[in-house]
Design a protein around this ligand. Structure first.
Ligand SMILES: [Zn+2]
Length: 414
């Protein structure tokens, strides 16, 4: 009797395990199909990619498909955007921080202009695939037509120098967000990753004028890269909600580029949005590797200020050596699940209305499981797996960002 009782239980248990494994297999296929359908239905937006640096290459063409995971393929091209169901991209006109002299400002503006030219040229070269977008409505219209929307963001306000009138000049060229600074302090504000001056001085007087000018024109103010004090100063000054175009959560990965809980709460109170950044080291703190650190320190010593190297040949040589170090001592890459943990965290802390996607593809972004634009639907699959509804997914994929963009445009007075 007792034996039969146990046999009965073993049968019930194995049947249970069998059913659970069957249903999870079905779910995996279901998820894939549902993810594809959602990408067809909702507007999908990425707020940060450094692809213009590839657009300027003579051996690379954004209209052609490049094989993913190849070193010189880049992470985004127009055919792969379509494959990955990504409707709109904010292409960044990026200028690294340099000297704060009149000559350097001229040079910085030229660099920003060259990249904006490259974005315009892409739209002229492939009018059937992509169009320049300047209003929130443009993306929805282009999605209907099956075309990609190309927005322009300017990463680093450095090309403005000290000339406020340039904000409107860049607006007229299509710029719809300005990341106030980059890796170093500038005339607008202090950076999160520059503690050469121990004091964080936040937003300058000129910075306040830049924020007001962005509000007047309808340019989104981007708080990614800026220091904590700069961030809180901006929130006090800005009349419109702001965005963090590519930043992640500091509580999950302690990096000054990421936003603390206090900052996330303030951002939500401002009705703004954080667009989770895919740079592995902002998603997950990697295990320290003393040999790699030693090799990197030696490289740094050899080339001194490597960000400033102007000579192309030396730059390429340095880049090769840098890559070789990471090949010899590979870094553990963050995974798609780690990335979606950041989305979950923001949702739990401040709700679903303040989070989105800002890959930083072609600028260091890419995680295991979503390493180029063609793999974007995996994010949706993971969100479905975690029980997000289509309405919530639509918010993450661009609904929230477009709400902020509309508010910014509505508040503009020009
Ligand atoms: Zn950046």
């Amino acid at each position: 009797m007792r034996q039969r009782y146990w046999i009965k239980w073993i049968v019930v248990l194995s049947l249970g395990v069998f059913l659970v494994s069957c249903s999870s297999q079905e779910t995996a296929e279901d998820l894939l199909a549902r993810s594809g359908e959602i990408h067809e239905r909702v507007l999908t937006v990425d707020t940060h990619a450094d692809t213009p640096s590839h657009m300027l290459r003579s051996d690379w063409d954004i209209g052609e498909r490049h094989e993913p995971a190849q070193r010189r393929s880049g992470k985004i091209d127009l055919p792969r955007m379509k494959e990955g169901g990504l409707d709109a991209e904010f292409f960044a006109a990026f200028v690294g921080q340099g000297e704060r002299t009149p000559e350097a400002y001229v040079h910085a503006k030229e660099r920003a202009d060259r990249q904006i030219d490259a974005i315009h040229k892409m739209c002229e070269d492939y009018p059937e695939l992509v169009e320049l977008a300047v209003t929130p409505e443009d993306a929805f219209r282009l999605e209907e037509q099956g075309k990609r929307a190309a927005y322009i963001g300017m990463e680093n306000g450095y090309p403005l120098g000290k000339d406020l009138s340039l904000v409107e000049v860049f607006y007229d060229r299509g710029v719809r967000y300005i990341t106030l600074c980059h890796g170093g302090d500038n005339d607008i504000c202090d950076s999160s990753t520059d503690r050469e001056h121990p004091e964080d001085e936040g937003l300058s007087e000129f910075g306040r004028e830049v924020v007001a000018e962005c509000n007047r024109l309808g340019i989104m103010v981007d708080v990614s890269h800026i220091s904590d004090k700069s961030f809180f100063d901006v929130l006090q000054v800005s009349k419109a909600p702001v965005i963090a175009s590519h930043s992640s959560v500091r509580s999950l990965c302690d990096h000054p580029r990421n936003l603390s809980d206090e900052m996330l709460k303030a951002l939500a109170a401002n009705d703004g949005v954080i667009q989770i950044c895919f740079v592995s080291s902002f998603i997950k703190t990697s295990e320290p590797n003393p040999e790699r650190e030693k090799a990197l320190a030696a490289l740094q010593e050899k080339y001194e200020s490597w960000r400033e190297i102007k000579d192309q040949e030396t730059r390429e040589k340095m880049r090769q050596e840098y890559m070789a170090i990471f090949e010899a001592y590979p870094e553990e890459k963050a995974t798609l699940k780690d990335l979606v943990d950041h989305i979950d965290y923001v949702v739990e802390l401040v709700g679903i209305n303040h989070v989105g996607i800002g890959t930083d593809f072609d600028g260091g972004g890419g995680v295991e499981g979503c390493d180029d634009v063609s793999e974007m639907p995996h994010i949706t699959e993971e969100l479905l797996r975690r029980g997000y509804s289509e309405e919530e997914i639509q918010k993450v994929w661009g609904g929230n960002l477009m709400r902020v963009f509309r508010q910014v445009t509505d508040l503009a007075v020009h």
